[in-house]
Design a protein around this ligand. Sequence first.
Ligand SMILES: Nc1ncnc2c1ncn2[C@@H]1O[C@H](COP(=O)(O)OP(=O)(O)OP(=O)(O)O)[C@@H](O)[C@H]1O
Length: 266
Amino acid sequence: MAPVVELEDVTVVRGKATLLDRVNWVIDETDRWVIVGPNGAGKTTLLQVVSANVHPTSGKAMILDEVLGAVDVFELRPRIGVTSAALAERIPRSESVGNVIVSAGYAVVGRWREHYDPTDFARAGELMRQLRIERLGKRTFGTLSEGERKRVQIARALMTDPELLLLDEPAAGLDLAGRESLVETLGELIADPYAPATVLVTHHLEEIPTGMTHALLLKEGRVVAAGPIGEVLTDTLLSDAFDLPLQVSQEDGRWSARARRAATEG
Ligand SMILES: Nc1ncnc2c1ncn2[C@@H]1O[C@H](COP(=O)(O)OP(=O)(O)OP(=O)(O)O)[C@@H](O)[C@H]1O
């Protein structure tokens, strides 16, 4: 089975800045990846490459069997579900939740005169149930809480039955209960063997749902480590990525990290 994503020495340069530096990465169909790294490490840039929104300056990016640069990205993008703060900002606040979700089929934000089939609405309804937002269908996006908005965006990202799902900091800005509830829902989603290959970007290990299989650590545009999650989220590698002595723990499939306390005398 061909990988869903294959990056070979992908480098992205803007002016004098190297945002990604010779990144090699393979995502297989059943993989659920988490990308962790400090602010400015290049996480969002990496997701932009994988979502066919940024082309590598050099290197090769193969996404869903297509080579970036040699494919019509407008055909490729509907095959990839994305949630990000930047995308959320483009959603009209006056749009109903149902329309925010169903309009993903046309890759538009803001429903206008597109035609939708009853199956589209049935699919949107099913996703709203899965994301536990079925009661919000008629509400406008602008009236939702941050947690509800995140769920609507995930439902929208899944609307086209994507082959790849990219979640850029899905739990950012949520309170503790909201985070825990969303992390639980994400865990349920990715536990489905038919769920698409998934990549989740986060700053916080506490936001990693159970069932994530792999992790990639980024620092200054470079991959510090990539592989099975248990081999990557270690004290040593995470401390290296964040330039801070860290202690990582895992319990019941959930992760956390905190600064290691300096040894005290006496
Ligand atoms: N067009 C650009 N020109 C120059 N530098 C850029 C440009 N776009 C992004 N950068 C820089 O590239 C680096 C990587 O940015 P990116 O947003 O990918 O990081 P990130 O890991 O997602 O960060 P954060 O965790 O803060 O969201 C940052 O230092 C950013 O300032």
